[in-house]
Write a protein that binds this ligand. Structure first.
Ligand code: SF4
Length: 167
């Protein structure tokens, strides 16, 4: 059975910066949870950040791959540089995916860690831009297929095909 690394906040865990969970907007997670497929992780907590915590964004002009290679930072709304904790969280996600054999991940869109196709623009004004979080970038660099919660049906389709007898 193919396992899925999943953002813990999508499973109802109150681990977001504001102490809340994130509604995944799909029942598929309940099914996958019952099947024992899910490997939950909050990378920011794994990186040592508390709950609640200051919101953080990738700085304007930087990208997740830039942050991973020392060419950009992630800053809290206070201006504090929190890059090290985010990098530690991304490394923890890669280690966990390797240890559990996850080749797929379902992550929370928009997060500077877990964002899959969009991230906040770095000025804490609510604006988002195309991009990814550092966890998504680190997992993709490992060859892991990354989906956002709004793409859960695509992941279900792929799993059904891959696990079809005789495939
Ligand atoms: S780091 Fe990921 S799992 Fe943790 S709260 Fe943010 S989006 Fe959710």
């Amino acid at each position: 059975m193919m396992r899925i690394l999943v953002s813990a906040c999508l499973l109802g865990r109150p681990v977001r910066y504001d102490g809340r969970a994130k509604d995944p907007g799909t029942d598929l997670l309940d099914r996958w949870q019952a099947e024992g497929r899910l490997v939950p992780l909050c990378p920011e907590m794994a990186g040592g950040l508390p709950v609640p915590r200051q919101p953080a964004e990738i700085e304007p002009g930087a990208t997740a791959n830039g942050v991973l290679t020392g060419r950009g930072s992630i800053r809290a709304a206070t201006g504090e540089d929190v890059t090290a904790a985010f990098l530690a969280g991304a490394a923890a996600a890669v280690r966990l995916a390797r240890a559990t054999g996850c080749r797929h991940a379902l992550l929370t869109e928009g997060s500077p860690s877990c964002g899959v196709r969009r991230v906040h623009a770095g000025r804490f004004d609510g604006r988002t831009i195309p991009g990814q979080g550092v966890v998504a970038a680190a997992l993709r660099a490992e060859g892991i297929a990354v989906y956002s919660q709004s793409e859960a049906a695509d992941l279900a389709h792929m799993l059904a095909l891959a696990e079809k007898p005789g495939f």
